[in-house]
Ligand binder design. Structure first.
Ligand SMILES: [Zn+2]
Length: 388
């Protein structure tokens, strides 16, 4: 085959740039594309015509706003074409199984949720999850076949073996969750832990949008962090990257489930914080009620959550010095509260190098209890993008 002429290469690069822009910010009008890329109007017209012909872009059902609010015809908006087929995002937490079904652009089609204790049996939980996915895929079969799934499991997955490590979740030890779910659904499955998937979701859809370097901290049944650098999730050599819950903060502290003593997680996790608060309250506290009390300005809750934030922030301050993130996003059932965020901010300002502290926004996650499942959808779509 002849080598492409330089003009063709340039045209291919221009097409890729326009597609990337539509994927990130679409739907956009031709004029929007011109403004964002600096391309001439005639070039935009040619490239858009090519993309529509090749089926890579499509005309959106949305209409734009007439130029400068005028009364002219609203411009046609273009978006990236979503090929048929669906992906599932499965989130298995300690007390629930959540399933999202989405198209290949990440738009949600259907959702299922079950309250269940998943700890005693990994394979039983995966049976339930697979049944839920099959039901939603059947219900949305007009959108095309199920093509891939992402899976969130509440424990680190070893990147080389794909198995859950020892020392956690008795009913899951040694299990390879992605392989197990793949067997049940007969589609490719990728698994990761809650902190990594929460990071991915907040990066694409939540509080981390527009930041390529972020640390996502989840305060849930345990404490973990997901690290994104240069727009990419960092898992490390064996999937442990970001496991800040097991940073030792007290040499003589309580024994941790990992076998060490005084890990940060022995001080800060949702169960630990509820345990600290409960004796001072007459009502039975849940994480949801604690979030509500914090929003109402309850001083006891604010104190305990701010202390937890400060303990997290002390460890995250060191991460800020090492990684220089642009955002720290707090999620999980007790991470995304005003007091936790304020405590974390305070400790980062106190313990991180001033340059690193001033560069970082500290914010609450925006996706609530769907963060992990949305991250699992993103993981499944990423799998398809790399192995179509
Ligand atoms: Zn530990």
């Amino acid at each position: 085959m002849a080598r492409p002429a330089p003009g063709d290469r340039l045209r291919a690069a221009t097409r890729r740039a326009v597609l990337a822009l539509l994927a990130a910010e679409g739907p956009l009008s031709r004029a929007d594309i011109g403004r964002r890329t600096g391309l001439a109007r005639s070039t935009v017209s040619v490239v858009v015509a090519e993309l529509l012909r090749s089926g890579e872009a499509a005309v959106s059902s949305d209409r734009g706003v007439p130029h400068k609010g005028g009364s002219g015809r609203p411009p046609v908006l273009l978006e990236i074409a979503t090929p048929p087929g669906t992906v599932a995002g499965v989130d298995i937490g300690h007390r629930h199984v959540r399933v999202l079904l989405a198209d290949r652009g990440g738009s949600l089609l259907a959702e299922g949720h079950a309250e269940v204790d998943v700890d005693p049996s990994g394979s039983g939980s995966l049976d339930l999850a697979a049944a839920m996915v099959r039901r939603l895929a059947e219900q949305e079969r007009d959108a095309g076949p199920l093509l891939a799934a992402g899976l969130c499991v509440p424990a680190p997955v070893d990147a080389t073996t794909g198995r859950i490590g020892s020392g956690v979740l008795r009913g899951w030890r040694g299990l390879a969750p992605a392989a197990e779910l793949r067997e049940r659904l007969a589609v490719p499955v990728r698994a990761d832990n809650d902190a990594n998937l929460g990071a991915l979701a907040e990066l694409h859809h939540g509080a981390g949008r527009g930041t390529g370097d972020l640390v996502y901290v989840t305060v849930a049944s345990g404490l973990g962090a997901g690290v994104v650098l240069g727009g990419r999730l960092q898992r490390g050599a064996s999937g442990i990257a970001g496991e800040i819950g097991h940073v030792q903060v007290d040499e003589d502290g309580a024994l941790c489930r990992c076998g060490n003593r005084g890990c940060l997680e022995t001080r800060v996790s949702a169960p630990r914080l509820l345990e600290q608060l409960q004796p001072a309250y007459d009502e039975r506290l849940s994480a949801a009620r604690v979030r509500e009390l914090d929003a109402l300005g309850d001083p006891g809750v604010a104190r305990v959550l701010a202390d937890a934030g400060r303990a997290v922030g002390r460890v995250v301050a060191d991460l800020c010095n090492v990684l220089n993130p642009g955002a720290v996003v707090l999620g999980g059932v007790l991470g995304a509260t005003a007091s936790t965020v304020a405590g974390t901010r305070e400790a980062i300002d106190r313990f991180a190098q001033p340059g690193a502290a001033s560069a970082v926004r500290v914010v609450a996650g925006e996706l609530g209890d769907r963060a992990e499942a949305l991250g699992a959808v993103a993981l499944a779509n990423a799998r398809l993008a790399h192995h179509p």
